[in-house]
Design a protein around this ligand. Structure first.
Ligand code: ADP
Ligand code: ADP
Length: 216
């Protein structure tokens, strides 16, 4: 049966970074809702234009649009063995829709690693984040610098700083996280699926804590 993992946690805590490593260590596909929106923005699709108007303000893209995008993605053949969700679900409505969609595929959310860190850590991480234009590989100017400044190690493309990683926008994203996404912590805790992971540790330490927790 397919395995479905939901990585939960505030903006900048390291969900994407860990999802990449976990996907390499398993046969699961990494799906990042933020990356899907950014690809649509790059390709100037209607969905991209709509998403950008919310993302620039640090607000959530409406549920129906986000859910439809994820439904489309998880029905693709590469998701057969399972998925690591990064950044989705972010609201109770999205979580309910996910249960329904996975149910139709004969599965359910298996486990929800909840990665935490305090606000100062999130601000420092988003403030130094650099992403690659081509495929969204992620670096940090202090904690995970590329070999050559401004250039992606993997595909050689240009690195840029996300518009929504500006200080004011990050503050709003953290606020939105507490208001709209925090209820999911309780939701998955009650379902017996939550495992708390200290995201303030080094990348390698967080990875080994995650792998140890997932083994159980
Ligand atoms: P981070 O990884 O720093 O938390 P993301 O790349 O996940 O940031 O998200 C960037 C933006 O994309 C969010 O601020 C929001 O506007 C939009 N977004 C991403 N995922 C969702 C989602 N599940 N529901 C609504 N909006 C989303
Ligand atoms: P999220 O997907 O949760 O928004 P990212 O994985 O994009 O978070 O990480 C945010 C920034 O912090 C990136 O620049 C990344 O390189 C860096 N980072 C991620 N995990 C750690 C860690 N454990 N220690 C230090 N920096 C980290």
């Amino acid at each position: 049966m397919a395995t479905y993992i939901v990585l939960l946690g505030p903006p900048g805590v390291g969900k994407g970074t860990q999802a990449v490593v976990l996907a390499q260590a398993t046969s699961l596909v990494h799906i990042s809702s933020g990356d899907l929106f950014r690809v649509n923005i790059k390709n100037q699709t209607e969905l991209g234009k709509l998403a950008k108007s919310y993302m620039d303000k640090g607000e959530l893209v409406p549920d129906d649009v986000t859910i439809a995008m994820i439904r489309d993605r998880i029905s693709q053949p590469d998701c057969k063995a399972g998925v690591i969700f990064d950044g989705f679900p972010r609201t109770p409505k999205q979580a309910q829709a996910l249960e329904k969609m996975l149910g139709e595929l004969g599965g359910h959310v298996d486990v929800v690693p909840y990665i935490t860190a305090d606000e100062q850590v999130l601000i420092e991480r988003t403030g130094g984040r650099w992403s690659c234009r081509a495929q969204g590989h992620v670096y940090h100017e202090k904690f995970n610098p590329p070999k050559e400044a401004g250039v992606c190690d993997v595909d050689g493309s240009v690195l840029y700083q996300r518009d929504d990683d500006k200080k004011e926008t990050v503050a709003n994203r953290i606020h939105v996280y507490f208001e709209q996404t925090m209820p999911l912590v309780d939701y998955y805790h009650k379902a017996g699926k939550l495992i708390e992971i200290d995201g303030a540790k080094s990348m390698e330490q967080v990875t080994s804590d995650l792998l140890a927790a997932l083994k159980k």
